[in-house]
Design a protein around this ligand. Structure first.
Ligand code: 5AD
Ligand code: SF4
Length: 514
């Protein structure tokens, strides 16, 4: 008998929410049961951004998690991973403990990604699967949060097809997790709290960081670019920057706590500071202050080529803890496609920017994101992308087949590119990506590189793995005590996407000069 048959043969109780007291909790909750709306998201509010510094767990929620466990499954980007850290921090402040065993959890959250259709399909598959656990334990609370919950169509599908889901809450509502949980414990209905209106920046949110070597730090939220294929501006709202003093304070604390690398996060980090009304302060200014903090490495992601200004390049050229690696999504090498994508730059602008970056930061590595098979993309346009890849000589790329997202302008375009042609293009592009990655890595054979050791290799316990400043993966044999340290490694062999080396010595932690 397999697991499914065993469960089916059990006498299972359906969730009996009607047993719970019906009570009006409106006095506790600022109820915002609005359905998410893409139309609303597009109306970018000119409202002032409010900063809240006073997040704390209200008295009424104290001890809510005593004796209860939570499990969060995260899909998608680093922003989502970081949101998971915040939600885990809130759970722990409420008294919950985390569990690695999903079927034993009292609360299960799926922190979802909406960027492509296959990301969404994975979540729907998992939701179907969770029904089994819910049958076994009707008290289990199941929640969907993250980008998918900002989509009207997703919320409707959950209402219709997944009645075992108890909570749906959006990316702007994470700080309301205690309220949402309390409501879910009390209510018979699905608790939906998705604000299509964003606008606030909330500081002092607790965080349960997943690692002790590298840490994520949000510098801004949202995106105002509205590239025609992209769902992010709808799911993450308008651009809002955190104040520099908050970011600098957080990085200082992380440095003092022994973290070795910071990844600054934002959907479009080069727009950092555009929304400040009281000062002229941009990403270059922020990086110039962060480089004075005594921490070995600082990175940022993701850049938009249009907002990448010369001051930022000038600051990055100062080096120190600012690494020589920039992730710079180009998406396409064809001016016609870039225009239809509404990327607001041309191939020539991109190449000019690359030249300026390369001239200012010798040996810099560039990585990128590319979408193939955009609606009506011609063979010639695709070949322009291949040619641009070669011209820039990217180190690595994340490559995707275009996936229509409901509500975005591109989803309405008629598309004459057959699916198998799209797949072939992806295949051809990936061959070029591999060729360049292999070439770049082969050039390192015999060299000594600095590696931040992150852990043991996925395949072998006695092999350690870490990344160079330029984000290249290195495997080498050494004792596990080196995990968390910066070490020198001599590169022996390059494969397509990683390096194999020999441990040389621990790098002395020199202070980064001011
Ligand atoms: N289809 C395919 N790829 C997409 N991306 C964003 N939206 C889509 C989409 N609809 C890719 C872009 C972006 C990366 C994070 O995901 O390349 O840079
Ligand atoms: Fe999406 Fe990035 Fe374009 Fe913003 S800049 S709309 S996040 S692809």
């Amino acid at each position: 008998m397999n697991e499914e048959q065993r469960l089916a043969s059990q006498q299972v109780n359906q969730p009996k929410k009607e047993d719970k007291p019906e009570k009006d909790y409106s006095q506790y909750f600022e109820k915002v049961f609005t359905a998410p709306s893409l139309k609303d998201a597009k109306k970018r509010g000119k409202e002032e951004i409010k900063y809240h510094k006073d997040f704390n767990i209200a008295e009424e929620f104290a001890g809510m998690g005593e004796g209860r466990t939570f499990y969060i499954r995260t899909y998608g980007c680093q922003m989502n991973e970081h949101d998971t850290e915040v939600m885990a921090g809130i759970f722990m402040q409420l008294g919950y403990t985390s569990t690695e065993i999903i079927e034993e959890a009292d609360v299960v959250l799926l922190n979802t990604c909406a960027i492509r259709e296959n990301a969404e399909n994975k979540v729907f598959g998992e939701l179907g699967f969770l029904l089994k656990y819910k049958r076994k334990n009707p008290e289990m609370l199941i929640g969907v949060c993250g980008c998918m919950s900002q989509e009207e169509s997703v919320v409707n599908k959950i209402l219709k097809t997944y009645p075992h889901v108890d909570m749906v809450f959006g990316t702007h509502n994470i700080h309301r997790l205690p309220n949402i949980l309390k409501e879910a414990y009390m209510s018979k209905e699905l608790v939906i709290e998705v604000w299509s209106k964003e606008g606030d920046v909330i500081e002092n949110l607790p965080k349960k960081r997943l690692g002790s070597i590298k840490a994520w730090v949000n510098i801004m939220y949202g995106c105002d670019k509205f590239c025609t294929y992209c769902i992010v501006p709808y799911t993450r709202g308008k651009e809002r920057s955190r104040r520099p003093e908050e970011i600098i304070g957080e990085v200082r604390e992380l440095a003092a706590a022994g973290y070795k690398e910071i990844m600054l996060l934002g959907q479009n980090v080069n727009a950092y500071g555009k929304d400040f009304e009281d000062m002229e302060y941009r990403l270059g200014d922020l990086m110039d202050e962060l480089r004075k903090i005594d921490i070995p490495r600082i990175r940022f992601t993701t850049s938009h080529p249009r907002d990448f200004d010369d001051h930022l390049i000038e600051v990055l050229a100062k080096g120190g803890n600012l690494v020589e690696h920039i992730h710079l999504p180009v998406q396409s090498g064809s001016n016609e496609v870039l225009k239809i994508m509404a990327r607001k730059y041309t191939r020539e602008h991109f190449l000019g920017l690359v030249d300026r970056i390369k001239a200012a930061i010798p040996g810099v590595t560039l990585t990128t994101d590319i979408i193939v098979g955009y609606p009506n993309e011609t063979e010639e346009q695709f070949e322009e992308t291949l040619a641009l890849y070669r011209e820039v000589g990217f180190d690595m790329a994340f490559t995707y087949i275009y996936s229509p997202r409901e509500g975005t302008p591109a989803a309405k375009m008629i598309d004459n590119v057959p699916e198998d042609v799209k797949k072939q293009r992806l295949h051809r592009l990936n061959a070029v990506v591999q060729e360049y990655s292999r070439k770049a890595l082969a050039g390192l054979e015999g060299e000594i590189v600095e590696v931040l050791v992150e852990g043991t290799s996925k395949r072998r316990e006695d092999v350690l793995a870490g990344y160079t400043r330029k984000n290249r993966l290195v495997n080498f044999k050494a004792p596990a005590e080196l995990i968390g340290q910066l070490v020198s490694v001599k590169i022996i062999e390059a494969t397509s996407y990683s390096l194999r080396g020999e441990f040389v010595e621990v790098v002395k932690n020199e202070k980064v000069e001011a």
